[in-house]
Design a protein around this ligand. Structure first.
Ligand code: AMP
Length: 224
């Protein structure tokens, strides 16, 4: 099965996606994580990606699509977090799933997480992530604090702020989202696979509630 996590930056695609991934035993493919790994390894792709990511812009479609195509080759049962982000990427994904090595050729469900912009800005500008690239856990001092301030619960490494979580960059990322990614809501709605979920980021049980709701929505499509 293929699940897509859609939503503006900072709506919890990564966190909820990881929970869905565990529940259905899927492969978690996050284009943002792949780019960050390439940046850390100082590869050619990483250097190119960084020049866009640091400004809050999207990495060009041809680069991103090629990377996803290579990653998905011979991989089944996937949750896609952060891809597609443009209509052209969505069309390319359709083609990738029609490839000769694919057993599953359609997308099961698109989970669209909805959070008001002002809450996204508040939440994202206080987000910190684990500096250990093998861990990558994400925390928020307000909603999901680490047990010890500045230290990762999972591996004990230092917590740092993502460069693209600076308030000015977040606003730019939101603009980019509305211009390029929001049209996908209509695109997938017309295919009958869109599941919008409103996320209450002030609820202490938001992660559990949103995960349970997302799983319920996915199961609805699996039983069709
Ligand atoms: P994320 O961790 O998903 O918020 O992604 C971080 C950044 O990586 C984004 O702001 C983009 O600059 C870049 N990126 C991630 N996924 C894509 C994509 N599908 N297309 C273009 N750029 C992307």
């Amino acid at each position: 099965m293929y699940i897509i996590m859609l939503g503006a930056p900072g709506t919890g695609k990564g966190t909820i996606g990881a929970e869905i991934c565990k529940h259905f035993n899927l492969n978690h493919v996050s284009t943002g994580d792949i780019f960050r790994e390439e940046i850390r390894n100082k590869t050619e792709l990483g250097q190119l990606a960084e020049s866009y990511i640091s400004k809050g812009q999207l990495v060009p479609d041809e680069v991103t699509i090629k990377m996803v195509e290579n990653t998905l080759d011979r991989m089944e049962d996937v949750i896609l977090d952060g891809f597609p982000r443009t209509i052209d990427q969505a069309k390319a994904l359709k083609e990738i799933l029609r490839g000769p090595n694919k057993k599953v050729t359609t997308i099961t469900t698109v989970i669209n997480l909805i959070v008001p912009d002002e809450d996204i800005i508040k939440r994202t500008s206080s987000r910190v992530v684990c500096s250990n690239k093998k861990c990558g856990a994400s925390y928020n001092p307000v909603f999901l604090p680490p047990k010890v301030e500045g230290i990762c619960d999972v591996c004990g490494s230092e917590l740092i702020r993502r460069k693209d979580d600076e308030p000015e960059t977040i606003k730019q990322r939101l603009d980019v989202y509305y211009q390029n990614t929001e049209p996908l809501v209509e695109y997938y709605e017309s295919e009958g696979i869109l599941e919008p979920i409103k996320v209450d980021i002030y609820s202490p049980t938001t992660k559990e509630d949103t995960t349970a709701e997302a799983i319920r929505r996915i199961e609805k499509h699996l039983n069709k």
